[in-house]
Design a protein. Structure first.
Lengths: 313, 356
């Protein structure tokens, strides 16, 4: 009975969508990179960089949308490093990604510590407010669950449609998908494989950074060490779950958010019987299970992880 | 126009010089963040060097830091050789440490020559199992091991936390989540009086030499290299890829588990959730700087450990964030990646007219 009550509460779905938002950004970013043939394990560090850079820009007075822009640029910067190493130089995407994660994380932490040498509690900013859209926000249930989220959540939802439209309805999207499946065919058409791949990684990485920025500028109002806590890696798993499709990415992120919100509520109900860590493990275990269930069916972009060099046949 | 031309045979200068150069460049690049932080640059470098090598004590600290790094570096090196992307050394390290505490904190007792091998074997077995699972998922079901090993790091850390608040909790710890101490007969003896460096260092060095011989001189080592270079061809020539992968997983996970044992039984004496400041991830850098050579891992672990210990001590002295060390290590990884590229390819800057 209580489980039904939890699932029917608007506040539950409000939380689910809020938890899903950074993952939507992250999975969209990861799938754009992977569609173009580049695995981006820099994601965890790019989340951290986006969270730190966006927050710090606002803290220094850039304004909230200024912060979003700075976060996106930080993501693009680290994406460009990964893209140069893996595309024209054709280096190991695994190792380069881990390197970018280490670099982006340590640079973010170092910058934060240098700017704020000794603060006992992290300084706060005025984050994005929940929207109050006339009529829509007053609707029963969905008004609270969806239309009282922040503008960044709306941005994430819009980006799902934009990404889907670009990937499937435009020549650019066709070229991006082709460059991840058969780069030589793209070159045969006179398009630049390097250009498309580098562009996709840079854009994908800036979306990842927005996922981080959502955490410090919308979900919370401060930056903490270790706050990304594996969310980036979860996105890599969800990308497989989503079969590299933006629509399914949205569903995957929402399912994940719902599960996480449910797990928190379950913890308050039956928390006395099980250690809290069991509940905290659930999202990671769920990601692994999703991978196992879908591994057989997973239709990886054919040229994912395969370097391609100019003039190669 | 920039053109890359493969080199047929990189000379010894490139093979050995490039990693050294990459490390040096990373250290030099650290001047930029130091300058931005407003620190006296020359003084900061001096403090880093004296912090890592200035006295017997600081060198002992550097060697203590290098011990787990050699082991996690070897774990990454052997796995990456076979193209098994084990990014889960951090979790395997904690599982190894937990197994060592489970058997070495008073449940059983005996003389040191029994107890030390017992904790080592328990820890290595636990670490190995942690990687054999994802490896079986990879070989049997095609589940990407990068993501599973990464996510397992988080699961393991929560599991350790849970055990430290439950079954493994030290009732004398006044509420701190930490395990009971390793008993004296299972503890790794110190190498120098009043210093922290312990026989874990000797074990790590021996492991590196043993692994080098194993990879170079045995059939299994040959099979591992063959699978890593071309799995399809290895399979065609009759090598069982699955068996080789599981052997690699056992070695790699076991070595990472051994790093955990060494930290618990040698350095810390008990298990807590802050046992490792990311030794598992740093092991990847160590392995890459060493070009996946087991002997090279020793040198690169010493380098990474000196950066950490030196930066820590510099940070205490002039108040620059010690995240500088992580920054240097990350830059070294990226530099050695680029360096590796330059070892394999010649770069030509052509002017179009030159080709007519």
């Amino acid at each position: 009975m209580e489980i039904i009550d939890i699932l029917l509460a608007a506040s539950f779905w409000e939380a689910a969508i809020r938890i899903a938002t950074p993952l939507i950004f992250g999975v969209l970013g990861a799938l754009i990179c992977e569609r173009a043939g580049v695995l981006n394990l820099g994601i965890e560090g790019i989340f951290t960089a986006g969270a730190m850079a966006g927050w710090m820009a606002v803290w220094l007075g850039a304004g909230l949308w200024g912060g979003v822009l700075v976060a996106a640029l930080a993501g693009a910067f680290f994406g460009l490093i990964h893209a140069i190493l893996t595309v024209p130089l054709g280096l190991s995407q695994h190792v380069s990604g881990i390197g970018v994660t280490l670099l982006a994380t340590s640079l973010s932490y170092f910058t934060y510590r240098t700017a704020l040498p000794d603060v006992s509690s992290p300084p706060r900013i005025e984050p994005f407010r929940p929207l109050d859209i006339p009529f829509l926000s007053d609707l029963p249930f969905i008004g609270q669950a969806l239309f009282s989220q922040t503008a960044m959540t709306m941005l994430a939802l819009v980006l799902v449609f934009v990404t889907g439209w670009v990937l499937y309805r435009t020549p650019l999207g066709l070229a991006i998908r082709a460059v991840g499946d058969n780069p030589s065919s793209v070159e045969a058409q006179g398009l630049s494989v390097y250009g498309l791949r580098i562009g996709a990684v840079v854009v994908g990485s800036s979306l990842m950074a927005l996922g981080g920025a959502f955490l410090t500028m919308s979900a919370f109002d401060a930056f903490f060490f270790g706050m990304i806590n594996g969310r980036g890696w979860v996105c890599i798993a969800l990308t497989v779950f989503a079969s590299w499709r933006p629509g399914k990415a949205l569903i995957g992120a929402l399912l994940f958010g719902a599960f996480d919100a449910f797990q928190v509520r379950l913890q308050t109900e039956v928390g006395a019987f099980l250690p809290s860590q069991v509940f905290l493990m659930m999202p990671y275990i769920l990601s692994i299970i999703a991978l196992i269930v879908l591994a057989r069916k997973a239709d990886y972009p054919k040229a994912l992880l395969v370097p391609w060099f100019k003039g190669q046949r | 126009m920039i053109r890359f031309e493969p080199r047929s045979n990189p000379g010894p200068f490139l093979v050995y010089g490039v990693p050294v150069l990459a490390a040096a460049i990373a250290i030099l690049l650290a001047a930029i963040p130091l300058a931005l932080a407003g620190a006296p640059i020359i003084e900061a470098y001096g403090l880093m060097i004296s912090g890592a090598f200035g006295s017997v004590f600081s060198t002992s600290e550097m060697l203590t830091r290098a011990t787990p790094l050699i082991l996690t570096g070897l774990a990454a090196a052997i796995a990456f050789r076979a193209k098994l992307w084990n990014i889960g050394a951090e979790g395997q390290l904690y599982m190894g440490a937990m197994a060592a505490v489970a058997v070495g904190a008073g449940v059983i007792d005996g003389p040191s020559w029994v107890m030390i091998p017992v904790v080592i074997l328990a820890g290595m077995a636990a670490g190995a199992l942690m990687l054999i699972g994802p490896t079986l998922l990879k070989t049997r079901l095609g589940v990407d091991e990068v993501v599973t090993t990464l996510l397992l790091n988080f699961i393991v850390l929560l599991f350790v936390q849970m055990m430290l608040e439950g079954a493994l909790k030290d009732p004398m710890s006044m509420g701190w989540p930490q395990s009971e101490p390793i008993i004296d007969s299972a503890a790794f003896p110190a190498l120098l009086e009043r210093m922290r460096v312990h026989i874990g260092l000797i074990i790590a060095l021996v492991s590196a030499v043993a692994l080098a011989i194993f990879v170079k001189r045995t059939v299994w080592g040959f099979e591992i290299r063959a699978v890593g270079e071309n799995a399809a061809a290895a399979k065609f020539s009759g090598i069982s890829v699955t068996k080789t992968m599981i052997l690699v997983a056992a070695l790699s996970g076991g070595l990472a588990g051994l790093a955990g044992v060494s930290e618990v039984a040698g350095t810390r004496g008990y298990l807590a959730t802050d046992l490792s400041p990311g030794y598992g991830y740093a092991g990847i850098v160590v392995a890459m700087l060493a070009r996946l050579s087991p002997i090279g891992v020793i040198a690169s672990a010493f380098f990474v450990a000196s950066v950490f210990v030196g930066a820590d001590s510099m940070s205490r002295a002039i108040g620059v964030s010690s995240y500088l060390a992580d920054l240097i290590v990350a830059m070294a990884l990226l530099c050695v990646l680029i360096g590796g590229f330059l070892t394999r390819f010649k770069v030509h800057f052509d002017r179009k007219s030159a080709h007519g």
